[in-house]
Design a protein around this ligand. Structure first.
Ligand SMILES: [Zn+2]
Length: 301
């Protein structure tokens, strides 16, 4: 039975979440001068307009302002509108956790860095890779040869937890619940760290600050059989998120993906924009998670 279910999993949920290199960060990486110069140039740019894009419905108007990545600004009075949380590679089908999985258990690793892989390969391997590591005898990850990410400290884990805690307010609405565990073998969601993601720099000095990988299962199948849970794997860059504020906001964003907001918001003032300008959940982020957890999903984790 296990094999049949394995065949139905859909390994398509990895989100590249961008962070902006800070000047301090550039100082730590000699040889990245070209990027530093690019950032300097970006900051001196005149106000520019960008092609707008829409996740469906009516076309949106182009917006002005200096943006490092395309992003939309809302029309006045629409700040609390839901954006589409659907999985783009599944035609925006909805995905979330089921009530029977609550409370979700989260394990934040002590700075552990998973084996380096090209960024484009992560989504294919991470949940299975971590699942297999946890099946090894002995203490979890004891003999897996994992290293610790550069500049990780215990404080970083408190920052990650603080970012995740931003979603706590929805517990009292009955949408979902979660807690932290010391035992990775109990965890639904696991947080690892990485210095910086390999092969992930895009033009303009934007680097990936976080990544979330999950395996999804069709909802109807999940009702009929017990599926061996593969953990949702979050990886946070310690170097891109070097300040506490960045790490808190980035972990809040990644946990939004882990909860099921798979797509990025097209609006830069939402925490779920891929290159967000805010550090806290916006009214639209809140409206979106409510809508998601009140809908019937096509897929579950
Ligand atoms: Zn993201």
């Amino acid at each position: 039975m296990r094999r049949a279910i394995e065949g139905l999993k859909i390994n398509c949920s990895a989100l590249a979440c961008l962070g902006i290199l800070s000047g301090a960060f550039l100082g730590f990486l000699p040889g990245e001068g070209a990027q530093a110069q690019q950032i300097g140039q970006v900051r001196k740019l005149q106000r520019a307009t960008f092609q707008s894009f829409s996740s469906g419905g009516e076309p949106l108007e182009p917006v002005g302002g200096v943006h490092l990545a395309p992003g939309l600004e809302r029309r006045p009075g629409t700040g609390g509108q839901v954006y589409n949380p659907g999985e783009p590679s599944l035609n925006m089908a909805l995905c979330r956790w089921e009530p029977k999985k609550m409370p979700l258990k989260i394990w934040i690793s002590p700075g552990l860095q998973l084996p380096e892989k090209p960024f484009s390969e992560l989504q294919k391997v991470r949940p299975d890779e971590v699942f297999e590591m946890l099946r090894q005898p002995g203490a979890p990850f004891e003999n897996c040869g994992l290293t610790q990410a550069r500049e990780w400290t215990e404080d970083v884990n408190y920052q990650v937890a603080a970012g995740i805690e931003q979603w706590r307010e929805f517990e009292k609405e009955g949408l979902f619940s979660f807690g932290f565990t010391d035992d990775p073998r109990q965890a639904h969601i696991m947080v690892f760290f990485v210095d910086s993601f390999k092969d992930s720099t895009s033009p303009g000095g934007i680097m990936v600050g976080g990544n979330t990988c999950a395996q999804l299962y069709p909802y109807d199948v999940a009702q009929r059989v017990n599926i061996a849970q593969k953990p949702v794997v979050i990886e946070m860059s310690t170097l891109v998120n070097r300040s506490p504020e960045k790490m808190i906001a980035a972990s809040c964003h990644e946990f939004g993906h882990a909860l099921g907001i798979k797509a990025h918001s097209p609006y830069r003032d939402d925490i779920m924009h891929e290159n967000r300008v805010v550090d806290y959940l916006s009214p639209a982020d809140k409206a979106t998670i409510r809508a998601l957890y009140k809908s019937k999903p096509a897929y579950v984790m």
